[in-house]
Design a binder for this molecule. Structure first.
Ligand code: RP5
Length: 171
């Protein structure tokens, strides 16, 4: 635990996932959650992935966010090697537009869940929000940050409603 701040391990299957996972990084930064990003592939570097994930608790990580595309086994493999919560982010692209990754990540066998978010950048951002919500159970400063994050969203919608309201009356 760095200065009372939880640490999140982010694992991506390839550097080609980086442009999408930047949405996770910036949202974690907004919440001031410490993180480390690593590239590790369930298929291309299976042994290194195993040791990275097995050592995550002693390396002081509280939660893992794993992102991969195509036959995306990385989040599930991470979940198989750790008791830490794993959030899976399916990457879009490929001939199946990310549906392959979504199904691979979400359809885990009983007893080995991966908390799966949506495909692509929206999911990547939500992964950070979900991580903050899970970690807020132990770190109260995050509960305050999430509350104000939600309040900002609420105000944004109200403001848009005010400026975009469309009305049509027929007598
Ligand atoms: C997955 O295969 C990676 O997570 C990436 O989304 C996809 C393609 O990888 P590259 O061929 O671009 O390295 O394992």
């Amino acid at each position: 635990m760095a200065n009372g701040n939880p640490r999140v391990l982010i694992v991506i299957g390839s550097d080609s996932d980086l442009p999408v996972i930047e949405a996770t990084l910036s949202q974690l930064e907004e919440f001031q959650i410490s993180y480390e990003l690593r590239i590790s592939s369930a298929h291309r570097t299976p042994e290194e992935t195993k040791s990275l994930i097995k050592s995550a608790p002693e390396d002081d990580f509280s939660l893992i966010i794993a992102a991969a595309g195509l036959a995306a086994h990385l989040p599930g493999v991470c979940a198989s090697y750790t008791h830490l919560p794993v959030i899976g982010v399916p990457m879009g692209g490929g001939d199946l537009n990310g549906l392959d990754a979504l199904y691979s990540i979400v359809m885990m066998p009983p007893g080995v869940p991966v908390a799966t978010v949506g495909i692509g950048k929206i999911g990547a951002r939500n992964a950070a929000v979900l991580a903050a919500q899970i970690l807020s159970l132990k770190y109260p400063f995050l509960a305050d940050k999430i509350k104000s994050f939600k309040e900002t969203q609420r105000e944004g919608v109200l403001k848009k409603d005010e400026s975009l309201r469309i009305k049509k009356d027929y007598d």
